[in-house]
Design a protein around this ligand. Structure first.
Ligand code: CP
Length: 322
């Protein structure tokens, strides 16, 4: 593949190749010499129009461990604040020799537009409420590392699904890799089309329906009913910044019905793991007891993100596909 814009870009073979390559990359991190020469002479631009901690830093670390030159671009402090368009910014970066552009943007679809304008590879690092495919890859990597497989796993994705690009990319990728997904949350925070497809009562929200429903996905509004039957519970951040207060319950009510606390965690099967993409609202969707428990993979997810992003950059820029 030339670009990674969506979880739908990955068939099972390609996704597995990325996960296997990431496992090889992870061995580099344990060596005394942590760098590989694979992308020497290549330039990776991190183009971030939205805030990020994990994704931006791990793409930078990944590119540097592959010996690429890295240019970090943040919209704040750039000519974007003077009104320069995404296209003109992209063409400027291309003129500086970008081989890959890693882009985060508040507008859903921005990376797809960018891919039409630049010659290099484009990697979607999160676009609006749409997709975050490398997060889904590192989540799949973490599940496989902890549980030994992906096919046949039952994964509950819990909370603010409506605004979650992480949820959409995970649904696409996990379905491709043979896992079953159940979306759990208040009716107002489950996309209308997903709920309708799963036969659940549709909810009306002022955010409107989200695109990209997937036929293999179930919907349930009762977290307690789902927990005893899952292998993975993935908690999502409640994205208050994207919400109108009129359809959000109080924080206390949300935590009572959809927050993962100690008693709820103990309803999970013994082997089940707890995930969260970060950043977390501790005390709302997840309590500190759960986030810091041995079942939690939250810190591992961050570490695995570097290996997975090394694999993505390597296969886009250094593999035999160009
Ligand atoms: N999970 C994730 O995308 O985190 P950041 O917003 O910190 O990059």
């Amino acid at each position: 593949i030339r670009h990674l814009l969506s979880g739908a870009d990955l068939d099972a073979d390609t996704a597995t190749q990325i996960l296997d390559t990431a496992a090889e990359m992870a061995t580099v991190a344990g060596r005394e010499v942590k760098k590989l020469p694979a992308l020497r002479g290549r330039t990776v631009v991190n183009l971030f129009y939205e805030d990020s901690t994990r994704t931006r830093i791990s793409f930078e670390a990944a590119a540097k461990r592959l010996s690429a030159d890295v240019i970090n671009f943040s919209a704040k402090g750039s000519s974007v604040t003077k009104g320069e368009s995404l296209k003109d910014t992209a063409l400027t970066l291309q003129a500086m020799g970008a081989d890959a552009v890693v882009v985060r943007h508040p507008a859903s679809g921005a990376p797809h537009r960018l891919a039409n304008w630049v010659d290099g590879s484009v990697v979607n690092a999160g676009d609006g409420t749409h997709e975050h495919p490398t997060q889904a890859l590192l989540d799949a990597y973490t599940m496989r590392a902890r549980l030994g497989r992906l096919a046949g796993l039952h994964v509950a994705i819990v909370g603010d699904v409506l605004h979650s690009r992480v949820a959409r990319s995970n649904v696409l990728l996990l379905s491709t890799l043979g896992a079953k997904v159940t979306l759990v949350g208040p009716p107002t925070l489950i996309p209308v089309d997903w709920a309708a497809r799963a036969g659940a009562a549709p909810a009306v929200t002022d955010a409107g329906p989200a695109a990209g429903s997937h036929p293999g996905t179930d919907v349930c509004y009762d977290l307690d009913a789902v927990l005893p039957g899952v292998d993975v519970v993935m908690m999502l951040r409640v994205q208050r910044e994207r919400m109108n207060d009129s359809y959000f319950p109080s924080a206390r009510e949300y935590a009572r019905r959809y927050g993962l606390d100690g008693p709820r965690m103990r309803r999970l099967p013994e082997h089940a793991i707890v995930m969260h993409p970060g950043p977390m609202n501790r005390g709302m969707e997840i309590t500190p007891e759960v986030a810091d428990s041995p079942r939690s993979t939250i810190v591992e997810q961050v570490a695995n993100g570097v290996s997975v992003r090394m694999a993505v950059l390597y296969l886009l820029l250094g593999g035999n596909n160009r």
